[in-house]
Design a protein around this ligand. Structure first.
Ligand code: KG4
Ligand code: ZN
Length: 341
């Protein structure tokens, strides 16, 4: 048996449109992190088609696992534990990863660890920053979730607030779609926003002090109404300004609430997590505000922001340390939330 810090974790992620496998040594050393994205397959449909995603995961999962082991220079029998995303996500997509992980854990006779995908996003920060340790406040912004979480310890979290309706990433994708930009819309809006000015005043919701909930559906509707009314008036759409104004409204709300949460928690560290963490406007604004307030600010590299198995391996490693293992009845839980622990 290897020493605790040298445990080898094989991690698997298949919750949406990325098939990924990673090998980690200990909790934070990435030996490999293979990501096979299906974005080009779904692009022509304007979003992820669940049935196609499941089928592609089935085709990709074993080659991706093989590649992760080869790149890590690790043979399958050397693996000490298997971590896998079991929710939230698309049920058929999740089941592919969960089934592969169960089969591998059973045949190798090693522990299986079911991981919450959203917790994985937070833990991507531990991979990016070896010195990072709890406590801190995490701002989780992904395609399906927007939340502020107080992380007291590796296995102790408290939800401060989450979105009442749309997630930030969902709003990015919908606005992009109406502007005729390809899926996924977030990176497209990000690029376009850099060429425009935030001159249109779109609404910011729930800004009152002490409220850590979010709402992006009103903002999304306001942008869509603005676009429709400009089209009806026969005006040429200033798409870069619309993108910049929308992004600025999202970024302002996220920044304002995140720093209020840090301040009221009496903590001095903020970490950013989830696919929207790749947004350059959000990162720049949070960084600027953190410097002003003397708050330590962490966010993962782009490759660790979006869905990947290394972050699942990191989360699984800390769960295993706390004795949190799953049995072979582990099932996919598509609606799994980020709840208090
Ligand atoms: O975390 P993630 O990869 O998948 C989920 O777990 O949901 O997040 C995907 C979301 C999509 O909505 C995508 O448009 C958004 O992250 N996203 C971005 C950027 N890159 C990805 N949103 C804004 N700016 C970006 N640069
Ligand atoms: Zn994700």
């Amino acid at each position: 048996m290897s020493l605790e810090k040298e445990k080898l974790t094989l991690a698997i992620e298949s919750s949406c449109d990325e098939t990924s496998a990673a090998v980690l040594r200990g909790g934070r050393e990435i030996l490999s992190n293979i990501i096979s994205t299906q974005i080009p397959v779904h692009q022509r449909f304007g979003g992820v088609v669940p049935e196609i995603a499941s089928r592609k995961h089935i085709v990709n999962i074993m080659p991706v696992i093989d590649e992760a082991l080869t790149e890590a220079g690790v043979s399958l029998p050397a693996i000490d534990q298997v971590a896998v995303t079991y929710g939230p996500g698309l049920v058929g997509a999740l089941l592919v990863g969960v089934s592969a992980a169960k089969a591998l854990a059973f045949s190798l006779g090693v522990p299986l660890i079911g991981v919450n995908h959203l917790e994985g996003h937070i833990f991507a920060n531990f991979l990016a920053a070896p010195e990072l340790a709890p406590p801190f406040v995490a701002l989780v912004v992904s395609g399906g979730h927007t939340a502020l979480v107080r992380v007291d310890d590796y296995n102790r979290f408290r939800m401060l607030g989450q979105t009442r309706d749309d997630a930030a990433g969902e709003a990015f994708d919908k606005v992009a779609r109406v502007l005729g930009l390809p899926y996924p819309g977030g990176p497209q809006i990000d690029k376009l926003a850099a060429e425009g000015e935030p001159v249109i005043d779109f609404p910011r919701a729930l800004e009152e002090k002490g409220n850590y909930e979010f709402s992006f559906s009103g903002l999304k509707s306001a942008v869509l109404n603005y676009i429709n009314s400009e089209r009806m008036k026969g005006h040429a759409l200033r798409t870069a300004d619309i993108a910049a104004s929308f992004q600025s409204a999202v970024v302002e709300v996220l920044t304002h609430k995140a720093f209020e949460a840090v301040q009221s928690s009496g903590l001095d560290t903020l970490v950013l997590a989830g696919g929207v963490a790749a947004n350059s406007g959000l990162e720049a604004r949070l960084r600027q505000e953190a410097a002003k307030r003397h708050v330590r600010f962490y966010f993962p590299d782009r490759i660790l922001c979006t869905d990947n198995a290394a972050m699942i391996g990191c989360r699984g490693y800390y769960q295993a340390l706390a004795g949190e293992e799953s049995d072979l009845y582990l099932n996919a839980v598509p609606g799994l939330g980020l709840t208090d622990r």
